[in-house]
Write a protein that binds this ligand. Structure first.
Ligand code: HEC
Length: 140
């Protein structure tokens, strides 16, 4: 796994890797277990969400709300989990912009929801904590 990250983050971590520092990756994600979680979530995001919410979570003004630094997302994790499960429609205000569109229910299982939530809560400058599988299941 280490070799994998070293090659991924070659330029920034080459020195820590060369020194064999087991905490090299921790600067980025806190611990290696959660970095794996976010990698899985990134995959789910790329497959299911990126078409609308875009690669940097910036969304599309007037059509798809941003996830990057979204006050709406960060205010209520359970609401976001429910929305991934059930989809969403109707008016919502995200970072001062009104959106009134339709997000279809997403074809993802509970593990994928946990992973993608943890990815979007901790990407693009977001620092939104994490959700557990139990928290996801509780929204079913
Ligand atoms: C077909 C386009 C589309 C896809 C695919 C999609 N969304 Fe959305 N999403 C929307 C729209 C449109 C809204 C606003 C819905 C409304 O107005 O009620 C939204 C709203 C949201 C919100 C709440 C508003 C915000 O910006 O914080 C979250 C969180 C969210 N989506 C997460 C996701 C995640 C995670 C995925 C992938 C698993 C996903 N969406 C897939 C279109 C999409």
């Amino acid at each position: 796994m280490k070799v994998f990250y070293c090659s991924l983050l070659l330029s920034s971590f080459i020195f820590s890797c060369a020194e064999g520092d087991p905490n090299a990756i921790n600067d980025v994600y806190g611990d290696s277990e959660s970095s794996q979680k976010y990698a899985a979530g990134e995959e789910v995001y790329t497959k299911n969400c990126i078409a609308c919410h875009q690669s940097e979570g910036e969304g599309v003004k007037g059509a798809f709300p941003p996830l990057a630094k979204s006050d709406y997302l960060l205010a209520d994790k359970n609401r976001a989990i429910k929305q991934i499960i059930n989809g969403s429609s109707g008016e919502m205000v995200v970072n001062g912009e009104t959106y009134n569109s339709i997000m279809p229910p997403q074809p993802v299982n509970d593990e994928e929801i946990r992973d993608v939530m943890n990815y979007i809560l901790n990407s693009w400058g977001n620092n939104g904590g994490e959700v557990t599988l139990e928290e996801v299941k509780a929204q079913r």
